[in-house]
Design a protein around this ligand. Structure first.
Ligand code: 13P
Length: 247
């Protein structure tokens, strides 16, 4: 079964209306490969604005989403709010949520469960720290993080996994296509053995970490890499080239 190529942009805590207008401009001008699914993760405060201005074919994701319907959770955004402003996606468990804000595997699992129950599509992120890679623990860490997610998935058709080695995020140190492909293939095998063969075959696994227009094609050419999750370069016009990496 063919997995549709997927490119996500994660704007993180960047931008203002003026710079966002420029991103909307280059995304609208494209042209974007119609065979690529595109989603941008924008700061919660701009989601309504971005959704109202972006072409409908481009999805908009929240960068986080709390695990309760509503209530006394100061500073949080609910799935209902994300849907209320016309958005469908949430990035969950990004390494910055894990490492800057201390989110645990368990909390991320609960967020995945709740977002899916609420009807959102999710991009859960996993990935090892440099010291974990150097200690030979890459698969152990990634499998542990993936299990915490997989145990909470009620509908795999609404899940796109992102593998983002933490040492490659924002550092300019991209994993080599061989390093990325090796982990992606191990993750797919894990899905086959621990979920089922159909989920392993159909679930998209994105690579994230210093993806640019210069390296996106060789990453996209790897058999188990189904797209990318792009930080810094998603703020720049080269994001269009990354979307078109398989053309
Ligand atoms: P960079 O592309 O800036 O390395 O960020 C990757 C990332 O964290 C995407 O979620």
């Amino acid at each position: 079964m063919a997995r549709k190529f997927f490119v996500g942009g994660n704007w993180k805590m960047n931008g203002n209306k003026e710079s966002i207008d420029k991103i909307i401009e280059f995304l609208t001008a494209g042209p974007l490969d119609p065979n690529c699914e595109v989603v941008v993760g924008c700061p919660a405060i701009y989601m309504d604005y971005v959704r109202s201005k972006l072409p409908a074919a481009i999805g908009v994701a929240a960068q986080n989403c709390y695990k309760a319907e509503k209530g006394a959770f100061t500073g949080e955004t609910s799935a209902a709010m994300i849907k209320d402003v016309g958005c469908e996606w949430a990035i969950l468990g990004h390494s910055e949520r894990r490492n800057v804000f201390g989110e645990s595997d368990q909390l991320i699992g609960e967020k995945v469960a709740f977002a899916l129950q609420s009807g959102l599509k999710v991009i859960p992120c996993i990935g090892e720290l440099l010291e974990e890679r150097e200690a030979g623990k890459t698969t152990e860490v990634c499998f542990r993080q993936l299990k915490a997610i997989a145990d909470n998935v009620s509908d795999w058709t609404r899940v796109v996994i992102a593998y983002e080695p933490v040492w490659a995020i924002g550092t300019g140190k991209t994993a080599t296509p061989e390093q990325a492909q090796e982990v992606h293939s191990q993750l797919r095998t894990w899905l086959a053995e621990n979920v089922n063969a159909q989920v392993a075959e159909s679930t998209r696994i994105l690579y994230g970490g210093s993806v640019t227009a210069a390296n996106c094609r060789e990453l996209a050419a790897c058999p188990d890499i189904d797209g990318s999750l792009v930080g810094g370069a998603s703020l720049k016009p080269e994001f269009v080239q990354i979307i078109n990496a398989t053309q």
